[in-house]
Design a protein around this ligand. Structure first.
Ligand SMILES: O=c1ccn([C@H]2C[C@H](O)[C@@H](CO)O2)c(=O)[nH]1
Ligand SMILES: [Zn+2]
Length: 137
């Protein structure tokens, strides 16, 4: 864990995205910012639902927005996620699996909180030994 990336512009974008979170049930607001290899940004926030199982995390919102815009798996350079946690935020298992599907396993992931704590990790480290079918898309 380190604080060296606390000023990373991607974290600032994730913090802005967090302000759009729709989280009336948990009141836990999360933001994510995804940088594509060709330099574009996609933002995501969590979007909750009265049917709790339909809640979508910020990480998946950002990744799905990029895919919907035409980006393909492994077109992404890095992802930042931020929430109001004591330590760095920790993505849920669903998001770890989706990151593994859509991102290069060595892609850096910055996990931040609102107080300047940042942990830099990778997709593979977040879900070691994970499952992926041999798709070429
Ligand atoms: O990394 C995380 C962790 C949680 N959440 C959301 C899901 C739910 O809306 C709320 C509480 O879990 O926070 C995210 O978006 N990303
Ligand atoms: Zn999640």
């Amino acid at each position: 864990m380190s604080v060296q990336h606390a000023t990373d512009p991607l974290i600032a974008l994730a913090r802005e995205a967090r302000e759009q979170a729709y989280a009336p049930y948990s009141r836990f607001l999360v933001g994510a910012a995804l940088l594509t290899r060709d330099g574009r940004h996609f933002l995501g926030c969590n979007v909750e639902n009265a049917a709790y199982g339909l809640c979508n995390c910020a990480e998946r919102t950002a990744l799905f927005a990029a895919i919907a815009a035409g980006y393909k798996p492994r077109d992404f350079a890095r992802l930042a996620v931020i929430g109001d946690t004591e330590g760095p935020i920790s993505p849920c298992g669903a998001c770890r699996q989706v990151m593994y599907e859509l991102c290069d396993e060595a892609m850096p992931v910055l996990l931040a909180n609102l107080h300047g704590v940042v942990r830099e990790t990778t997709v593979d480290a977040l879900l070691p030994g994970s499952f992926r079918l041999p798709v070429t898309a």
